[in-house]
Design a protein around this ligand. Structure first.
Ligand code: AMP
Length: 286
């Protein structure tokens, strides 16, 4: 696998592979890679001759400088994982390469998607995500880009970005990879204490309890309420939100319930456990 650090080198690499007839798949990441990222690369590998993974801890999407500084970084380990998973090229630019002027003047406005859920709790975060994804798509010009369903709002945002800006990219959503006890695999899990790690399973338990409430006929509102109760019962967890949404992020239960919901929908949860903010979601079938 080749490590590429500049935009120019990456463009040259893609152009050469395209001349040889290769299709291109892109897997954007922020590094600290785990089985979830590997699953995205493996999915891309099944479809494209050239699989690019990017590793870039994007300063624009961190609202707090300490969160950016504490973000785990281990390039050697990440390169080994990408190679094992089947990527051919890793694009790992420094911030100055992506933002030579320190930051963009022109950026992507995520609109109503950026004003709800994660956008409320993390102002500016989704604009930062949309801007860096747009840049990466312009740089790598892939046929398809792979994103995890774990960050459901991000996936909805990227689908909309590509649609609204007419980018010729297929956005592929990939199922969430979980630890054996149900916790969604995440770079942030490494920051949990032993007690925090045990408590963090509450997110998945809450989603299962919410889904069961829906199956018992309690509607999207019941699913949200029961999931919230489950998180509140965990002493180490502080609930941010639970939300039942459709695939355009329309809230199905609040402020006024949308009537006649038959599913499927997504039940989302965000909570801080032991000082670490975690998100998760499941599809609730009809
Ligand atoms: P990140 O490095 O956290 O920005 O994540 C890079 C990509 O990996 C995003 O598309 C995430 O949604 C995806 N991802 C992160 N965790 C998981 C997981 N547990 N399962 C599947 N995809 C994931």
């Amino acid at each position: 696998m080749r490590l590429v650090e500049t935009i120019g080198e990456l463009r040259a690499e893609v152009a050469e592979q395209r001349r040889a007839g290769a299709g291109v798949g892109l897997v954007p990441t922020m590094g600290a890679l785990h089985a979830g990222h590997a699953s995205l690369v493996e999915r891309a590998r099944d479809r494209h001759a050239l699989v690019l993974a990017s590793i870039f801890v994007n300063p624009l999407q961190f609202e707090r400088p300490d969160d950016l500084e504490r973000y785990p970084r281990d390039l050697e380990r990440d390169l080994a994982l990408l190679e094992r998973s089947g990527a051919q090229v890793c694009f790992a630019p420094v911030a100055k390469e992506m933002y030579p002027d320190g930051g963009p003047i022109v950026s992507v406005d995520p609109g109503t998607i950026g004003a709800t859920l994660e956008g409320v709790s993390r102002p500016g975060h989704l604009s930062g995500v949309a801007t860096v994804v747009a840049k990466l798509l312009c740089i790598a010009t892939p046929d398809a880009a792979y994103f995890g369903e774990k960050d459901f709002q991000q996936l909805v945002l990227v689908r909309r970005l590509v649609r609204d800006l007419s980018m010729p990219v297929d956005v592929v959503g990939c199922a969430t990879v979980r630890e054996p006890d149900g916790l969604a695999t995440s770079s942030r899990n490494a920051r949990l204490s032993v007690a925090g790690r045990a408590a963090a399973t509450v997110l998945h338990r809450a989603l299962l309890a919410g889904s069961a409430a829906w199956r018992a006929g309690r509607g999207p509102g019941g699913a949200e309420t029961v999931a919230a109760q489950e998180v509140r019962a965990e002493p180490l967890a502080t609930l941010d939100y639970t939300a039942a949404v459709d695939d355009r992020l329309t809230r199905l239960a609040a402020p006024a319930p949308v009537t006649g919901v038959t599913g499927p929908f997504r039940l989302l949860v965000a909570a801080t456990v032991d000082g670490v903010r975690l998100v998760d979601n499941v599809e609730v079938p009809s």
